[in-house]
Design a protein around this ligand. Structure first.
Ligand code: NAI
Length: 292
């Protein structure tokens, strides 16, 4: 495997392009408009500058990494990639359309991976004639810092595909965990999102305020961050959307979201990104406890 194409130069795509280039691969980063790809590259440059400041990277290494990242807006240019990692919007119709096009453009050996958080790998693979070479490659945000990649098998993903993906994740310095069944949330989010939901139930039932709940989990369970701080960081709209996927897909009431989610979302209390969630934020950082 030599050449990796990354589709989508947003939060995840830029990070994935960076770690692939750091791993020695030739990378082609693609988005719909030049300005978006450019923004993605600026993100990579900023990340590398931070690494230089921390003396983890030399300027020669930075230049080397950046020289391996090419950009494009035309999907046809990914035709010679050995691995394509798709990180575009979380929309099944858009992803299926892209996978159908990739199937026509790329040679038969090319692996087609999706970074989807909640959509079915099996359904995305169904848009291609190479279902055995389609897999989930689920990175975590921020990609350069987070060590894990979940490699997810769709119904027809082959053993060989998983092995090749495993070699890639090792080469870029990540630790993979193979998820043997295509099921919403895989491992991490299947545990994490209901955990956050339970914290929202505890808050909604008035057992404690946000700061007390977060402190309890940090000091009592050794969590680096409390569940409600984490919800504010991820965005309440995102957490709510994921728990609803679980609820609808499994038809199991244990995934019922607390009603507080919809009230807060309607009020625009989405967390850090809107300046208010379970806490209030100024300059994106400072937290003030809200006791309501
Ligand atoms: P984002 O909104 O930052 O970036 C998505 C990019 O895709 C945008 O730059 C957009 O211009 C581009 N795009 C939209 N339609 C496109 C198309 N047809 N062809 C090419 N590019 C197109 O989104 P983000 O957060 O990077 O998420 C991307 C994927 O990664 C989603 O599937 C998401 O569920 C998944 N994911 C997100 C995580 C996160 O924490 N943000 C974590 C793990 C997975």
């Amino acid at each position: 495997m030599n050449k990796v194409a990354v589709l989508g130069a947003g939060i995840m795509g830029a990070g994935i392009a960076q770690v692939a280039a750091q791993g020695g691969y030739q990378v082609l980063l693609r988005d719909l408009q030049k300005s978006i790809v450019q923004d993605g590259l600026v993100t990579v440059e900023k990340n590398l500058a931070k690494a230089i400041n921390k003396k983890r990277l030399s300027t020669e290494q930075r230049d080397d990494i950046l020289s391996r990242i090419q950009t494009c807006t035309d999907l046809a240019e990914v035709h010679d990639a050995d691995l394509v990692i798709e990180a575009v919007v979380e929309n099944m119709a858009v992803k299926k359309q892209i996978f159908a096009e990739l199937d026509h453009l790329c040679p038969p050996h090319t692996l087609l991976a999706t970074n989807t958080s909640s959509l079915s790998i099996t359904e995305i693979a169904s848009a291609t004639r190479r279902k055995d070479k389609v897999l989930g490659m689920h990175f975590f945000n921020p990609v350069p810092a987070m060590k894990l990649v979940e490699l997810v098998q769709g119904m027809e993903t082959s053993h060989d595909t998983i092995e090749r993906a495993r070699q890639f994740t090792k080469q870029i310095g990540k630790q993979e965990v193979v998820v043997h069944r295509d099921s919403p949330g895989y491992i991490v989010n299947r545990i994490l999102v209901p955990y956050i939901n339970e914290a929202v139930f505890i808050k909604g039932e008035g057992l404690a305020n946000a700061e007390e709940i977060d402190m309890a989990m940090k000091l009592g369970a050794g969590m680096p961050m409390g569940p409600l701080e984490l919800a504010d960081m991820i965005g309440l709209d995102i957490v709510y959307a994921v728990i609803l996927v679980f609820y609808n897909e499994f038809r199991d009431p244990k995934y019922r979201p607390h009603q507080l989610f919809s009230t807060m979302i309607r009020a625009g209390y989405l967390g850090r990104k809107t300046g208010r969630g379970f806490y209030r934020y100024s300059n994106g950082e400072n937290q003030e406890v809200l006791n309501n």
